[in-house]
Design a protein around this ligand. Structure first.
Ligand SMILES: Cc1cc2nc3c(=O)[nH]c(=O)nc-3n(C[C@H](O)[C@H](O)[C@H](O)COP(=O)(O)O)c2cc1C
Ligand code: SF4
Length: 416
């Protein structure tokens, strides 16, 4: 029943992650050598043919992003690797950093070459401090071997990588907040425009990508066929997912797109503990959406999940069994957003708080139908008028729960 594939994860356990020589023995830096002999625009075309969508959650096409980054006028462009991984239930990027650090470094150099950048920054969440020595060592060794620094591979291309650790705020995964954090300012989002592709880190044109999006590139350059043979339609290739919650075997799995949700939960993740019933499944972390078990036979693809009312998002998948009520789950999710809102704009700061109060009232049997209506209105206003993606998506879970579990919101219902 279980379907996994080794494309993005094929280097895991195959080399000594502290040694560039060991990485090169399994073909490391072949993709970079290949890339610098290609027309950068052809690399963007390859990414577009593979239909890679950003793996950080927003699902923006990678080939288009790199092509736009190339086209932006400006000196000393920057590529940033978003290794903040603050979305709840999402822990896949950590596996890529831990098990294949040289591939990430190689990917960033390729990104720098394609986008015409001179510097790369890795912004890694504070909680991943234990992986700093691994990455710093990989950067140092890549520099010693001439893969970083000046005139890389004799192609007149200069590029360096810097590592920065965040302080552990969820909002710092948002592009403009992340940039301010690296600049030494408070990690708070700013209004756009200017977009970061035009004026980002240190006011330089900046291309921001997730760890998994970047990590795919060297593999795609050297083994396009395997990737293209997985999945179909708009969801080609493989996806790294992290499964958490009440399952027997939580963890990170690389699946070909098209694997069903049932195969993921009952095959790879070993099924629900003690064969309990599934209460709900949350896709894409706290800012994602929820479904009930009717979603089990849905293939894990962008289009099929969307049609089922959920999303790929960050690749997190949380299984909650029948012991937790939908309402308690929503209160916990809401607690997260009330804590993590940076408080800068009114819809998100006040909206998150107000929704939390109404959910608590519901739990105490004190909510009125007017409260429920107000909660729906606040959720809609937040998604339309918040300053950044945090406020815009904070109510995805609530709004999808209102559709999926109408009984919970019909006062006096059974599932509250
Ligand atoms: C509140 C918030 C938190 C985010 N956290 C992350 C994160 O931890 N990692 C990530 O890659 N993207 C995160 N994103 C999405 C990024 O803003 C951005 O879309 C992404 O890094 C772009 O890379 P991609 O196109 O490769 O996905 C977050 C967005 C928001 C609004
Ligand atoms: S939406 Fe929320 S997190 Fe984003 S700027 Fe406004 S208050 Fe801060």
């Amino acid at each position: 029943m279980s379907t996994t594939v080794k494309f993005l994860t094929k280097n895991f356990g195959q080399y000594d992650t502290a040694s560039i020589g060991s990485y090169m023995n399994i073909g490391g830096f072949t993709a970079l050598r290949q890339a610098v002999n290609m027309n950068p625009e052809d690399i963007c075309t390859l990414l577009s043919e593979a239909k890679i969508r950003g793996r950080g959650g927003a699902e923006y096409p990678l080939g288009r992003k790199w092509s736009q980054a190339r086209a932006v006028q400006g000196e000393n462009k920057i590529v940033v690797c978003n290794a903040d991984e603050g979305e709840t239930t999402t822990f896949k990027d950590r596996e890529l950093i831990k098990n294949d650090p040289f591939n990430l470094i190689e990917a960033m150099i390729i990104a720098g070459f394609v986008c015409g950048a001179t510097d790369g920054y890795i912004y890694m969440r504070g909680e991943y401090a234990c992986y700093r020595p691994l990455l710093l060592n990989a950067i140092r060794q890549a520099k010693n071997y001439g893969f970083l620094g000046e005139n890389i591979l004799g192609k007149g291309f200069d590029f360096n990588i810097h590592l920065y650790s965040g302080g552990g705020a969820y909002v710092c995964g948002e592009g403009t907040a992340l940039i301010r954090s690296i600049e030494g300012k408070a990690g708070r989002p700013r209004m756009k425009p200017p977009f970061i592709k035009v004026s980002g880190l240190f006011a330089r044109p900046t291309c921001l990508n997730n760890v998994e999006s970047l990590s795919l590139v060297p593999h795609l350059l050297t083994d396009k066929e395997t990737y293209m043979n997985c999945g179909s339609g708009e969801s080609i290739g493989t996806k790294l997912i992290s499964v958490a919650g009440n399952v027997n075997n939580p963890g990170v799995f690389e699946i070909p797109f098209g694997t069903t949700v049932r195969e993921i939960i009952y095959g790879l993740a070993g099924g629900v503990q003690h064969d309990r019933k599934i209460q709900l499944i949350q896709f894409g972390g706290a800012s994602g959406k929820v479904a009930d078990s009717s979603v089990l036979d849905t293939p894990y693809t962008y289009d099929d999940l969307r049609a089922a009312g959920v999303m790929v998002g960050s690749g997190g998948l949380l299984v909650i069994d029948e012991r937790t009520s939908v309402l308690d789950f929503l209160r916990m999710n809401q607690e997260f957003f009330s804590e993590e809102s940076c408080g800068q704009c009114t819809p998100c700061r006040e909206g998150n708080l107000h929704i939390k109060i109404i959910l608590d009232k519901m739990a105490h049997g004190a909510a009125t139908s007017e409260d429920i209506k107000t909660m729906g209105t606040i959720a809609r206003v937040m998604s339309m008028s918040s300053l950044c993606g945090l406020g815009e998506t904070a109510q995805n879970t609530l709004q999808s729960a209102m559709k999926t579990f109408p009984d919970v919101f019909a006062l006096g219902g059974t599932n509250s």
